[in-house]
Write a protein that binds this ligand. Sequence first.
Ligand code: C2O
Ligand code: CU
Length: 647
Amino acid sequence: MTTTVLLLLQSFAGIAGAGLWLGAGFSAGSPAAGPSRRERMTVLALAAGGTIALAAAAAIAVVLAGRGWWFAGEKIVVGVPLQLVGLVASRVGIVWWLRGSRVLLARTLMLGGAYAMTAAVLATWLVGYPPQPVATAVLAAAVVLATGLTWALLGHRGRRATAGFAGLLAVLLVGAAGWSWLSDTAAPTIEASGQHLHGPSAPTGGDPAVAVTALRTPDDAPGEVHAVELTASRHDVTLASGERVEAWGFGGDTVAGPELRVTEGELVEVSLENRDIDDGVTVHWHGYDVPNGEDGVAGVTQDALAPGERFTYRFIADEPGTYWYHTHQASSEGVRRGLYGMLVVEPEGGVAESLDLALPVHRIGGEVVIGATDGLQSFTAEEGEAVRLRVANTEQSPIRVTLAGAPFRVAAVDGRDLSGGEALEHRSVRLGAGARADLVFTMPAEAVRFETDLSAASVVVIAPPGAGAGADADETARVPREVTDVPELDLLAYGEGARPELGRFTAEADLVLDRLPRFVGGAPDYAYAVNGAVFPHIAPIEVREGDVVKITIANRGFDVHPMHVHGHHVLVLSRDGVAATGAPLWLDTVDVRPGEVWELALIADNPGIWMDHCHDLSHAAAGMMMTLAYEGVTTPFEHDGHGNRPE
Ligand code: C2O
Ligand code: CU
């Protein structure tokens, strides 16, 4: 059974147990003549059902703990004890009630026990992981006060007693909400504190602090300058389908920004101007490991550019591969509206394939835009020629893509070559939000279709000259898509090559992904949390230069979280306890599905304060952002100051 199913079953069993015991408590009346036979049978049946359900909940919690403590911590430490206390109280109550003695106390105990069981269910959301002591104490106190209130009501103890308990309960709940709101206004934690460093490398306090603004590409960096101008502006675009969208873009009159193609060894200089994006704009080089000060994150590495402002990014093109760029200011809206484009760093000797297309896959105005346009696009390649498609998922959720008509290889993922991958046929490749894959094939005599699972109409057809296939868009849209019914490739088992020796781990971090009620930016939200907290209050992954960091990500929630770390790639060690066996897989975006546990290695070789967040940007905006922070690095920029909103 999958971990996700177990999580669901555990909650259902807990809800059923609490519900049945609540039913038993409410069914137990206090007639003067003692309970009738029928009343006894009802109460006993409900109680028996409730007890069985609670036993199941506890058993499943134990199984979950076997899958990883992250999935069961608060259930075992808080939930099961609350259920046990509730069960004991309710049982004592039921025995007294059956005997007809101390009936008021008996009924109060039965209901109070059921409240404790209810609190056990709520603990999963209110206490979360790691179990938070304050939330646990609030829950326990609420159970006690609600039980007191019940006693006052059932026993007709008068207005004062009732109002007293009700008032205390209200004060407790309002106080808890206020405390939660206050912790949301606390100082952000995006710099390293020096207190969370693991391993033998205790802080020496030796290194002087360095600001992110000093971590820029040096003025005298080598390489021939490759200058680019990007202008961010609002512009309406009419797509090939006729759909008109109110887009924001980085220039040109298409949805995606200009494709930046540079050559290994060049010094890239991108001058960004914000013409009229009122929310502000930056450029972040997704997957490209630039120096920290060039990373383009509003509120962390720079201020967002207001209309009329400029910023110049500089970096050396020394990592050939497929990347993309996008705004990192109000990005959940900006990227969706089109503030993105492709960045391709060609290897020094040039690209081996004769046709090389960069294809960001995006959705806007209900249409699926591949490259710069929706609908059918055709390209030609001579039979026998090699073709490379650089596919990027610029969407918020995972996509599947495939090539129909030719065997293909996945030659690279997230800008890093994959060695020794076999040719694939009738396979799809899954790309998490933000991820890229380079698909390479040899042109056959007939047309080849690039398909995504997002749309039957938006396809790219590559055919030899004169083969004619794909000329008719309507007909093309009618061809059954392969992508929706072929199996997915598992990249962890694809290709071959020895895993690089990274040395001993010197730092460690666990990231437990969850969905919890929290305050985000001052407003209550059913937020996306890491380790029980939301941005900017999630404790950073703290490292020092040279660390080899083991990162474990566990997803307790029911959403997919494409976790993206800036400035670094991570080497995949294992997923759900199964070691990666294919070619070394270096990713910048790790698509963590519900219930999954990924173990990753990161080499801390690029000092700075780096965002680490979910690339479902709506999740990022709802809290799921944190930093990978090097000890001693500081930032003068402020989240929220200057209107900076990286999410
Ligand atoms: Cu693609 Cu933090 O970004
Ligand atoms: Cu997410």
